[in-house]
Write a protein that binds this ligand. Structure first.
Ligand SMILES: Cc1cc2nc3c(=O)[nH]c(=O)nc-3n(C[C@H](O)[C@H](O)[C@H](O)COP(=O)(O)OP(=O)(O)OC[C@H]3O[C@@H](n4cnc5c(N)ncnc54)[C@H](O)[C@@H]3O)c2cc1C
Length: 436
């Protein structure tokens, strides 16, 4: 194997600035208003809103708080919805499709406002996002989409023709693209650490390395078994997303954990960064198994993420695949060394929409499909308002029936290799059509 392909560290690059660590052990309160399972963005955002409303709240996490996806992600504030507008309109009708799309705008603004109001030190920059088109046909359709987005929601989004592409990204891999200026980047681990600081200050108790193993009805409330003891809670909120385990079997049958991996380059020369990422924007592309990439907040390295199927086969293969993808987009990085390569779990469900739903009295806030930097704080906060009975703040287009159960699935995603192969085939066809 090429020595340069292997990264020096297998922990997230972000942990250099904000190491994830366990909290000091907390005494267990046996009676709570609300018990939250999971202390990522969703669980902590919910806890913050509930605690500020005067509820006694504790969040339990089987790992250190943030050690799930919330300190491992790309930090791109995409707030994307996987199904496109046309698919949403077909499925739910135009009105609901628009409500869903509009909620993305509101959720992004909520996040930016939260960061500013609470003065969260997390390197947030509203840089804009460039999405590269695979071929001129896709460019035409993406350009129409950008225009429609500007019209429908007043978002600053526009097309970038191929001849102007190098003003945005130093590659010939794409045939133009689109820009939307309502998306930016942050350091996800710093954002989580700051959210944790604010939640603790508001009175949320956070128990780290304390798994919840079962939740059962008990009179009007719930009896929750944790590794630290049993707790009586009036209400329970589950925020375990891509790390959902056997403690919540109903959710486990509805969410598929999918690994996503990110590589970080060593620091690059300033003139190289200026050539490859002249506007220091976030980047994505029009492929099913495409990459997302971005500059580090100091603008000195490139971080690139994508699918990771290393549950089977050579564990180094996903890092090599991402590195190959990086070099394909930026051939001048052929000799680049990687400083970090790490992975985490995102959670997919059958209709690819985030969700707030209730089952047997337990509330769930989950299913962020790889876009939880925006969705998890928003959906977590909305779920908290639902528990508080604040109907005017609880509305969300994602508050509807539970995601469908996945047939023959109990936690082992046996079907994923076939799904990935199918997407890979679609991408190869798109690339072939683009090259004609
Ligand atoms: C590599 C990668 C890149 C990504 N890039 C982006 C991006 O650029 N932009 C974006 O918007 N999103 C991105 N995401 C997705 C985003 O990180 C997640 O959607 C978001 O962090 C989900 O937050 P959460 O609070 O729902 O879940 P998490 O942060 O995953 O937290 C869930 C927690 O539940 C805990 N838990 C599970 N079971 C139990 C139990 N029984 N008892 C106690 N605790 C339990 C886990 O320990 C975990 O800490 C990415 C994800 C990954 C992995």
């Amino acid at each position: 194997m090429h020595e340069r392909s292997i990264a020096k560290q297998s922990t997230p690059f972000w942990w250099q600035a904000a190491p994830v660590k366990p909290l000091p052990q907390q005494p267990l309160t046996n009676k709570l208003d609300v018990l939250i399972v999971g202390a990522g963005y969703a669980g902590l955002s919910a806890g913050l809103a509930l605690s500020r409303a005067g509820r006694s709240v504790a969040a339990f996490d089987v790992m250190s708080p943030g050690e799930g996806a919330s300190s491992r992600n790309g930090g791109i504030t995409s707030g994307s919805i996987r199904p496109d507008y046309a698919t949403l309109s077909r499925r739910f009708g135009e009105k609901k499709a628009l409500t869903i799309e509009a909620e993305g705008k509101i959720a992004r603004e909520f996040l930016y406002d939260f960061i500013e109001t609470e003065r969260l030190d997390c390197n947030f920059q509203l840089t804009g996002l460039f999405r590269g088109a695979i071929g001129f046909e896709q460019y035409e359709s993406m350009a129409r989409g950008a225009e429609a987005l500007a019209k429908r929601l007043g978002i600053d989004s526009y097309a970038v023709p191929h001849v102007e592409q190098r003003n945005y990204i130093g590659t010939d891999f794409y045939r133009g693209g689109t820009v939307r200026m309502d998306i930016g980047g942050l350091n996800p681990a710093k954002f989580h650490a700051e959210l944790l600081r604010v939640a603790l200050a508001a009175g949320v108790t956070v128990h780290s390395n304390t798994p919840v193993s079962s939740i059962a009805r008990d009179g009007a409330g719930f009896r929750v078994v944790t590794s630290a003891g049993t707790v009586q809670a009036r209400q329970v909120l589950v925020c375990t997303n891509g790390y959902t385990d056997g403690a919540t079997p109903y959710l486990r049958r509805r969410l598929v954990p999918v690994r996503s991996r990110i590589i970080a380059t060593e620091e690059l020369a300033p003139e190289v960064m200026a050539r490859l990422m002249p506007k220091l924007m976030m980047m994505s592309e029009g492929l099913q198994l495409g990459f997302y990439y971005r500059p580090s907040p100091d603008g000195r390295r490139i971080l690139l993420g994508g699918r990771d199927s290393s549950r089977v086969g050579d564990p180094a293969a996903p890092t090599l695949r991402l590195r190959k993808g990086l070099v394909k987009r930026f051939p001048e990085l052929g000799d680049v060394c990687l400083s970090h390569s790490w992975f985490g779990n995102v959670a997919m469900n059958r209709d690819m929409l985030p969700r707030i739903f209730e089952k047997d009295g337990v509330l769930y806030a989950t299913g962020f499909c790889g876009s939880g930097v925006v969705w998890a704080p928003w959906v977590g906060t909305r779920a908290a308002h639902k528990l508080l009975g604040h109907s005017e703040h609880a509305y969300s287009a994602f508050d509807f029936r539970p995601p469908a159960c996945i047939p023959f699935y109990r936690g082992n995603p046996w079907f994923m290799p076939a799904v990935i192969q199918g997407y890979g085939m679609q991408d190869r066809i798109a690339m072939w059509r683009a090259s004609r």
